[in-house]
Design a protein around this ligand. Sequence first.
Ligand code: ARG
Length: 293
Amino acid sequence: AVTHTLCPQAHAAREEPSLPRDASPRRYLMCPPEHFRVTYSINPWMDPAKPVDLPLALTQWEDLRDRYRSLGHTVELLTPRPGLPDMVYAANGATVVDGRVLGARFAYAERALEAEAHLEWFRAHGFTEICEPAHINEGEGDFAVTSSWILAGRGFRSSPLSHDEAQEFFGRPVIGLDLVDPRYYHLDTALAVLDDRTDDVMYYPGAFSPGSRAVLARLFPDAIIAEEADAAALGLNAVSDGRHVLLPQTALGLFAPLRARGYEPVGMDLGELLKGGGSVKCCTQELRGEPRG
Ligand code: ARG
């Protein structure tokens, strides 16, 4: 009799519309696209023959920066350097967890010098626990932080060896995930953390190997599963503060499932930055925790 009264209630509770979620204030590092160009191609999105509208890229990037600020978040700025056209994708330059900074080591020579620019910024801003990595990792391009784990992509850019390096440095369990589709060359093009207090994520299964898909299904049975069209709009290249989810505005299929879970989707137009193979998340590095001294 006891089980019979409990089950229908539990079921009813699940069907109720979700309450709005709580945002928490964030600190982000961004780099204006002053020198943004597509002069080489290191991912399938980049076509040097396609012109980039630089003033428009700047306006779109400023909209993103201003949106974060109007939501109450702090945006720190990294000075762009000439000759480093991909520097606008600030997520790739480091990973910061608990105030500890794991520097990046880029897979392609074209971006190699960005790593040092990030390290200099951290040294100048009070961060003292800084690891200059031995293995290739492209920062938050391939590392995603949930409350329980650090999810880590491999297959196109970051080395599997960087996963052990991150686990040892941060003291958090790192879960390696194999990326198999060149359009989704970084983890943050295929998976987004929605709530880093409850391990809530959304992802596109087609970007992952069968084994990694099974791992994701086991860790995140309630995840939002993205359709191919929304993944192809880089809809998973999203940033969440626990309530507002900033994502490419063309990833329309994600809006309803986000709302159903109590999130507030905020569509952004970063069409010019898409020509380099990045969107909201690529342009945003999250600085988690206070610098450690
Ligand atoms: N053009 C850049 C590259 O291929 C884009 C990086 C996008 N960043 C990201 N976090 N996915 O390296």
